[in-house]
Design a protein. Structure first.
Length: 203
């Protein structure tokens, strides 16, 4: 029993070193720092700026403390990065726009080529049609010259049996005198029909 009492008395005399450090050193230091900060703030000293500058000079702490210059540099870097990203986005949009325009140009070139080919084809058709029209006109003129020399009664019988458009073309090439004699030799119904068609064609 006496040994246990002796040990307990020694334990009471020798307190835990962590507790001793906390109460004897750490708390007084913290209280002193707080009082110093309050006094300096009342005196008009910018404690925050001073703490940053001092902390930036202490190894180990400087990596956690940022000065105003470093903050400005970081903001400039961020702004620069944002501007670069915006420019990259604009460049990408412009490249897409250029691709669209190039595609449109290629499409227009293809359409132009097709239209030129179609125009050439139409010109060839028009020239061939013109040749056919000239041949048709020449043939009609030749036939009309034959009907001028023909007996009006015989010419009337032939023209009555002809295709309407050809008959009208031939009559158109004849003089008024010859045409009148041929129509006189036609039946009344056929003469009226031919005369009306001839007038419509002439209009």
């Amino acid at each position: 029993m006496s040994e246990q009492q002796t040990q307990s008395q020694q334990t009471k005399k020798n307190p835990n070193p962590i507790v001793w450090f906390f109460f004897a050193i750490l708390i007084p230091v913290i209280v002193a720092i707080i009082i110093t900060i309050v006094v300096l703030s009342i005196a008009g000293v910018d404690v925050g700026s001073w703490a940053k500058e001092t902390g930036s000079k202490i190894p180990g702490i400087s990596s956690f403390v940022k000065t105003d210059d470093e903050k400005v540099a970081e903001e400039l870097t961020e702004n620069h990065s944002l501007k670069m990203k915006e420019k990259d986005d604009q460049i990408a949009e412009l490249e897409d726009l250029v691709d669209d325009h190039l595609h449109t140009i290629e499409t227009l070139k293809d359409n132009t080529l097709k239209l030129e080919q179609q125009l050439e084809s139409n010109e060839e058709i028009s020239s061939s049609e013109l040749e056919l029209d000239e041949e048709h006109t020449d043939t009609i003129k030749e036939m009309a010259s034959s009907y001028r020399k023909m007996d009006p009664k015989q010419a009337a019988v032939i023209i009555e049996k002809m295709d309407r458009s050809i008959a009208l073309d031939i009559l158109h090439e004849l003089s008024n005198d010859v045409r009148g004699k041929i129509i006189e030799e036609m039946t009344a119904d056929k003469a009226v029909e031919i005369t009306e068609a001839y007038i419509k064609q002439s209009q």
